[in-house]
Design a protein around this ligand. Sequence first.
Ligand SMILES: [Zn+2]
Length: 133
Amino acid sequence: MKQRFRQFMQGRYGLDQLYVGMLVLYFILLFFSRWFMPELMTGLMTLVIILAVFRMFSKNIVVRQRENAVYLRVVNGMKHTGKKLLQRIKDIPTKRYRKCPNCAVTLRLPRKRGRHKTTCPKCHTSFEVKIRM
Ligand SMILES: [Zn+2]
């Protein structure tokens, strides 16, 4: 039986991070289907499972790898944005963020009221920042 399955899976794509992401999406939809548009959620859940199984048994490995790469790029971008947002929230009591007018890089400055001169560490442009509170 195990040998037969192994033979069947030969040349097929199998599992990847996108597969796991689709399973997570399935359970999120399952969770919300109790309160929000159950028919639509059930339809979406069916679609997600069909796509996940199709991808797993697909023999077009190059396209599946490309899909997974796009998925990873999107998820990593979201993680990066989330981390930055969390850091900014943590910094509210002590820091202020300002953009360099020359190169648009974001500077993390100490929270000191008033007008200050600062220098961009990237392009070394000096400019004035105003921190209100
Ligand atoms: Zn700059």
